[in-house]
Design a protein. Structure first.
Length: 394
């Protein structure tokens, strides 16, 4: 079992709250994380018929007999949550870890029944600090594609994964939607990766209403397939775009939907290579930010005149704009400088494939993903390195 950066964070949460919900896409490593972080806990998997029957028959007895308990795929038994609330009130020293592949927005009982008693933590894919970043970008962030023996082939694994999610997982949550329609919409999002959402246009292409598309995107977001990156709302005189941008979150799944072979040469030759790299960096930066600052948020910045910055992180109370470019050349940074000036910020970054970190304009730094994570103090202490000397490119 490969250690995860999230181990320290979830242990810390369980010292503060009687219950912790570790949420994330199916196969993202939640069960392994729980076994590493809480090896002494009893583990109940509600996908096993015997464990599900045991929990359904007498959930109070199960909780009483297990003062340290991990419940895997907890969204399959929503009636457990009200029982858990009263149990934790009676036994404040008991600890429960819930693992789920659906957000509280889909499993409303989590947030409604356990308010004030549970901490929510979202586990992303493999971090670029946990494995080779290039491999994670090309093959995706699911552990089974990197750490199992024999290693799963993405060409075979992603179609099966998507079929299971669309045909089984979403219906089990109580939503009866055609798997074909879901797959078609997800493929449309992939082809428009990183574009500002136009729900009417998507609905017209799919033959459904604006409201139906919005509902289906809610489902995708709820099972961690799609990210809606919201625009930054600031009190500026400029008019800002108000619609979110849509991303298929895992780049390996994105490449599968677009028919891109999971090889570096094939990816770099594809027109969506830049959008793929942008997706990878956004997910990595947002994931690391959440590990150190639970209140961290990710946005994009775009004015009605077309000035755009790919990512704005709200981290430790600071807004940090980050432009993402596939390549090593110094890009045009006019939009980045405009964002810094309009919002009164002190620094900005260009994330690309350049080694190290270089100051290309006053307060604007350019470098690779890991050096930027390092500069933002988002890497574990063992991976952090001394800051590079300040250099300017003219």
């Amino acid at each position: 079992m490969h250690p995860r950066l999230a181990t320290t964070r979830v242990r810390s949460l369980l010292r503060t709250f009687p219950a912790v919900a570790i949420l994330g896409a199916r196969q993202s490593g939640k069960s392994t994380l729980a076994r590493i972080a809480f090896p002494e806990f009893e583990h109940v998997d509600l996908e096993r018929p015997t464990d599900l029957a045991r929990a359904q028959q007498d959930p109070e007895f199960l909780l009483e007999q297990s003062p340290r308990l991990v419940v895997d795929e907890a969204q399959r038994l929503p009636e457990l949550f009200p029982v858990l609330r009263s149990h934790l009130d009676r036994h404040p020293r008991h600890r429960v870890v819930l693992l789920g592949s659906a957000s509280p927005g889909l499993v409303r009982e989590v947030s409604e029944s356990l308010t004030g008693r549970i901490a929510l933590f979202e586990l992303g894919g493999i971090s670029s600090a946990e494995h080779d970043p290039e491999a994670v970008w090309i093959r995706g962030g699911f552990p089974r594609l990197h750490w199992t023996r024999p290693r799963a082939r993405p060409e075979d694994w992603y179609p099966a994964y998507l079929r299971t999610t669309l045909e089984r997982d979403i219906p089990q949550l109580g939503y009866r939607v055609s798997a074909t329609r879901l797959r078609t919409l997800l493929t449309m999002v992939a082809h428009a990766q990183g574009s500002v959402s136009n729900l009417s246009e998507l609905g017209g292409s799919l033959g459904v209403t604006y409201h139906t598309v919005a509902h289906l995107l809610d489902l995708f977001e709820g099972v961690f397939l799609v990210r809606r990156l919201r625009p930054l709302v600031a009190n500026l005189k400029k008019r800002l775009v108000k619609s979110p941008k849509l991303y298929v979150r895992d780049t390996g799944l994105l490449h599968s939907l677009l028919g891109i072979p999971h090889a570096k040469g094939a990816l770099l030759a594809h027109p969506k290579a830049g959008a793929s790299f942008e997706t990878f960096c956004i997910e990595q930066l947002a994931q690391h930010a959440q590990l150190v600052d639970p209140s961290a948020e990710a946005f994009f910045y775009r004015t009605q005149t077309g000035q755009e910055v790919d990512l704005v992180l709200r981290l430790r109370g600071e807004l940090i704009p980050i432009e993402i470019k596939l390549g090593r050349a110094v890009p045009e940074v006019r939009a980045l400088e405009t964002c810094v000036r309009d919002l009164g910020l002190r620094r900005a970054f260009v994330c690309n494939l350049a080694p190290g970190l270089t100051e290309i304009r006053r307060g604007v730094w350019m470098g690779g993903l890991l050096p930027i994570l390092d500069r933002l103090r988002l890497l574990p202490q063992a991976r952090q390195t001394p800051a590079p000397p300040r250099r300017r490119l003219e």
